[in-house]
Design a protein around this ligand. Structure first.
Ligand code: AMP
Length: 278
């Protein structure tokens, strides 16, 4: 039985559950459940706080876990990242009161920095030989400068709107974070989970494109959408026409469509890919 610790609340909870379901795991999850058996695999899910997950994996309570890369770095205890999961993206950034004249991370030399990520913050400044006094706080880090507790903060930022609301301005990034699958070490069981999750995240980044085109345009169109190896070109019952299938990066679809049409492509279909195993 493989035990996987997953966030029971907060920003990482819903996307984690969606990812596990998209990977084909079938389980029930209610607000109160502390654990759930997976019906179609020898797996148990443990629902716990995202910031407890590194410790649970280290202690062997869970064999693998899904948590934020920032929380893993903060825990700092030799666990391995098996897979980056592509959601929960944010930056651990330093920010200062908008009106201050600090502009870059070096300007924090000799200053007080409040953060709920004291390990990463201490290490970051120590590695750069900057003498920064780190004030650990559990929450509401962004109000610390207003209260006179600190000159700056180090906190997670995704849109920057929380900083703005609190009259703060970012001056540099210490770490880029996203959700990750972690374990004590790789082994065939956790690698199987990593592959199942990778298939979903890889598929999310791609689209399957199908279109019809004049046969004479096939080479030009193939050059626009070269695909994974080469596009599939299928004859149609009209010998002057072909259908072309290819795989395109999801965020490039919008930019290749005009070129495909200009080259003679029409009846273009763009489909999601549920899973992609290279
Ligand atoms: P929670 O505090 O339970 O909502 O989870 C916090 C985790 O969500 C963090 O450790 C990050 O890994 C991730 N996260 C992603 N975006 C943000 C954000 N803008 N602010 C805080 N946490 C974020």
């Amino acid at each position: 039985m493989l035990r996987i610790a997953v966030p029971n609340k907060g920003r990482l909870k819903d996307p984690t559950i969606a990812l596990l379901r998209d990977a084909g795991l079938r389980f029930e999850q209610t607000e109160r459940s502390l654990s759930a058996p997976v019906r179609n695999a020898d797996i148990e899910l443990l629902f716990v706080r995202a910031d407890d997950i590194p410790e649970m994996v280290r202690d062997g309570v869970a064999d693998a876990g899904i948590t934020g890369a920032d929380l893993l770095a903060e825990f700092d205890d030799g666990l391995v990242v098996l897979e980056e999961l592509g959601f929960g993206r944010c930056d651990l950034a330093a920010a200062v009161p908008a009106g201050s004249d600090f502009d870059k991370l070096e300007d924090l030399q000799g200053r007080r920095v409040a953060t709920s990520h004291p390990t990463i913050t201490r290490r970051f400044f120590a590695d750069r030989n900057l003498d920064v006094s780190v004030i650990p706080l559990k929450g509401s880090v962004e109000v610390a400068p207003k209260l006179g507790v600190a000159d700056a903060i180090v906190d997670l930022v995704s849109t920057g709107s929380t900083l703005l609301v609190n009259g703060l301005r970012p001056i540099g990034t210490l770490l880029r974070s996203q959700a990750v699958l972690i374990a004590r070490a790789t082994n065939p069981d956790v690698e199987q989970i990593a592959l199942a999750l990778h298939a979903v995240t890889a598929g999310r980044g791609k689209r399957y494109l199908l279109l019809n085109a004049p046969a004479v345009a096939a080479a030009d169109i193939a050059a626009i959408i070269p695909g994974m190896d080469a596009p599939t070109v299928v004859p149609l019952s009209d010998p002057a026409k072909v259908a072309i299938h290819s795989v395109v990066a999801a965020d490039e679809v919008w930019s290749v469509l005009p070129a495909l049409r200009a080259a003679g492509g029409h009846d273009i279909l763009v489909l999601r890919i549920e899973q992609l195993i290279s």
